[in-house]
Write a new protein. Structure first.
Ligand code: NAP
Length: 324
């Protein structure tokens, strides 16, 4: 019999890649979307249009506790992937209360509802490298001390402890994936790498002249969302729940991405980039690198798509979009 998965944030980047993966494994997939989600509106469905006939969507507001509980009881998923979030660290400085309601209260409510509906449901929570210190001297592993410095990081950390509490005190199969940055051709273009890949495509086709960026020296550990979706699924196939760092273990700068992206269309990035002071984040969290020894050892997972191929995938898809 096929397994049933329920995914929050199914129309986000990771929700889409995870659904693609689970379909290859014959899962029946349900997903929660916002109550105003319109399946025929391309602004709402652009990441999951190809999936619409294969998945079941439920419109529900994060504060509609009655409907959330009823849906979870009715769907009774084998695996619950909680991916929905106010996922922009920078925005969380301006929207603290919304960020906490979305990233902490909603997670708490879901954990409790899933547990009460079926104690055997496997629960996955997507946390973040923003839960750690700003200037780590070493790579970050599962034992590194937490020290978040944004509402986003704090809300993810509090939820991490809730998940741990349900695992340790209620015996629930509940795990947290501590995700380092991951990108793809369906990343929101508010995020810098997608802004670059889209701009490269527009510049190549003469629809844009320059690309305005902030701190191009900023470095991150960037992976491909497709690899990360695989890691999430693998975590849920374990006998015992466990938390894992998910990343690549390699740092690259925004400039590295821009150089490769422009080069892939035979342009020199130096001729197209304008540095704007107002685009520099006031409180940019500094470079953190993932130590992925634990997930490599226990799950035998490691990223398959390297940085260069991530760049090429993003630029090529944006070239096709702009050409259309
Ligand atoms: P994403 O593309 O921004 O997707 C977020 C999802 O959450 C979307 O489906 C969004 O729906 C949904 N959502 C946001 N606010 C909502 C609300 N009020 N009600 C219902 N749904 C709401 O993020 P992602 O890249 O897939 O990330 C998945 C998870 O991993 C998130 O929890 C994120 O914090 C975490 N994470 C991501 C990264 C990364 O680099 N991508 C790194 C660390 C952790 P709409 O499209 O309708 O807004």
């Amino acid at each position: 019999m096929s397994k049933v998965a329920l995914i929050t944030g199914i129309n986000g980047q990771d929700g889409s890649y995870l659904s693609d993966l689970l379909l290859t494994k014959n899962y029946k997939i349900h997903g929660f979307v916002r109550s105003n989600f319109k399946p025929n509106n391309s602004k709402h469905n652009w990441r999951i249009k190809h999936l619409l006939k294969k998945i079941i969507l439920h419109k529900v507001d994060i504060n509609d506790h009655t409907r959330l509980k009823t849906l979870i009881k009715k769907i009774k998923p084998d695996e619950f992937y909680h991916l929905a979030a106010q996922s922009h660290d920078g925005h969380s400085f301006k929207n603290e209360f919304y960020t906490f309601n979305m990233n902490l209260n909603y997670t708490h409510f879901l954990l409790s509802s899933v547990y009460n509906a079926n104690k055997k449901t496997i629960f996955f929570f997507a946390a973040s490298s923003e839960m750690y210190i700003k200037n780590p001297k070493k790579k970050i592993n599962e034992k590194t001390i937490f020290n978040p410095s944004s509402a986003y990081g704090i809300s993810k950390l509090a939820s991490y402890y809730l998940v741990k509490n349900y695992r340790e005190n209620y015996n629930m199969h509940a795990s947290t994936g501590i995700l380092f940055n991951h990108e793809s051709p369906i990343k929101d273009d508010r995020f810098v790498l997608r802004k670059i890949s889209m701009s490269v495509a527009k510049i190549k086709y003469g629809k844009q002249k320059y690309l305005k960026l902030g701190n191009i020296k900023a470095k991150r550990d960037w992976g491909h969302a497709k690899d990360f979706a695989k890691a999430m699924w693998m975590m849920c196939q374990q006998k015992k729940a466990n938390d894992f760092i998910i990343g690549t273990g390699k740092l690259h700068s925004v400039e590295d991405f821009a150089r490769l992206a422009f080069k892939s269309v035979n342009l020199n990035y130096k001729n197209y980039i304008k540095i704007e002071k107002n685009l520099k984040r006031e409180k940019d969290s500094n470079a953190r690198t993932a130590d992925i020894s634990k997930i490599k050892k226990i799950l035998k997972w490691k990223p398959k798509i390297n940085f260069r191929n991530l760049v090429l995938d993003m630029v090529n898809k944006d070239l096709k979009r702009i050409k259309k």
